[in-house]
Design a protein around this ligand. Structure first.
Ligand SMILES: Cc1cc2nc3c(=O)[nH]c(=O)nc-3n(C[C@H](O)[C@H](O)[C@H](O)COP(=O)(O)OP(=O)(O)OC[C@H]3O[C@@H](n4cnc5c(N)ncnc54)[C@H](O)[C@@H]3O)c2cc1C
Length: 297
């Protein structure tokens, strides 16, 4: 594991040389390439959320660089009138260096985003070591700016409480299953239980939440959400589905054609290893795709 982490470490020669492997899941290494991908999605009736890849920064300079990249990105989105908002990981804004510094950086991004037609800023959720700090930082910024919302992971046993808290606040939640490796003391580990938990929370959000985002590629979950919404008179305009760039693109388009709001999470940047590692370890289809790209290159 340590060897894998070393090979995949940010800025390693691996990331530069093997970008072609990540290409299906990562829109490119520059803001321009990410905007190009968003333009293509918009043309097909899909919206997007842009993520500048990077996490776990260990010095203030890198945290400032993340903030500045988001500010630059927001200006470019505004200039090009694209239908996208942004998603950000707080450890890339210095959460583990200094929570106050991270709060200031997030506030700066949220304030700048407020001038855009889609002003929303999503705070991604990372591993359980930072769940509390992430939710705390989100709430501090949310107290002043309503255009920011958290992600809740269905596999965490604490999440039903966090969902109720977000509903009470009136915050927009993205619900996902959860992508990190967590111990069984705090997380559900089997797919049927995670799915059940996801659906219980999705139902609460659909009935009582504020424009929830249901992030999943799971056809069973998507079907259950669609049935629940139509069975309870919850209109398609009251929630959105979210999926990852490069994953089940045909399903994304099918849902959009059926009249659902579909937002695609579009990551870009040179620090793609952590994101890529989570994608290939969570599904064998993703790993097989990567192996095929190596063989056919
Ligand atoms: C927009 C978005 C944002 C996210 N943000 C976060 C976050 O902030 N924090 C976090 O921890 N996690 C996040 N995730 C990841 C999430 O937690 C899951 O790890 C990931 O979505 C896999 O779960 P799933 O329900 O999509 O599919 P899985 O549980 O992996 O698979 C269920 C079914 O979905 C279908 N499927 C899934 N992937 C594929 C594929 N590649 N090809 C074909 N079929 C497939 C298959 O039918 C499969 O049986 C996010 C996911 C999305 C979509």
């Amino acid at each position: 594991m340590a060897a894998v982490a070393r090979i995949l470490a940010p800025n390693s020669a691996f990331q530069t040389r093997f970008f072609f492997l990540a290409k299906r899941f990562v829109a490119g290494d520059t803001i321009a390439s990410a905007l190009e991908a968003v333009r293509a999605l918009n043309a097909e009736g899909l919206t997007a959320t842009l993520d500048f890849l990077g996490e776990d920064v260990t010095n203030e300079r890198d945290a400032e660089h993340t903030r500045d990249t988001y500010l630059e990105m927001l200006a470019a989105i505004e200039r090009e009138a694209l239908r996208t908002n942004v998603s950000v990981k707080l450890t890339a804004l210095g959460l583990t260096i200094d929570e106050g510094l991270c709060t200031d950086h997030l506030s700066a991004i949220v304030e700048r985003a407020a001038r855009l037609p889609d002003p929303f800023v999503r705070v991604d959720m990372e591993g359980s070591a930072v769940t509390d700090a992430t939710l705390r930082t989100f709430e501090t910024v949310f107290a002043k700016h309503r255009n920011v919302g958290p992600v809740i992971q269905a596999y965490l046993k604490r999440s039903p409480r966090d969902i109720e808290r977000a509903i009470a606040l009136g915050a927009r939640v993205r619900l996902c299953k959860g992508a990190y490796s967590e111990p069984e003391e705090i997380a559900l580990r089997d797919m049927p239980s995670i799915r059940r938990s996801y659906l219980r929370m999705a139902e609460a959000l659909l009935q009582r939440g504020t424009y929830p985002a249901l992030a999943t590629h799971d056809p069973r979950v998507i079907r259950a959400v669609r049935d629940f919404a139509s069975g309870h008179g919850i209109g398609k305009e009251r929630f959105e589905f979210q999926m990852l760039y490069g994953v089940r693109p045909e399903l994304q388009r099918e849902l959009a054609r059926a009249g659902y709001n579909v937002r695609v999470y579009v990551p870009f940047g040179t620090h793609w290893a952590g994101y890529f590692y989570r994608r290939i370890t969570e599904r064998k289809e993703n790993a097989l795709f990567v192996i095929r790209s190596l063989v056919t290159r």
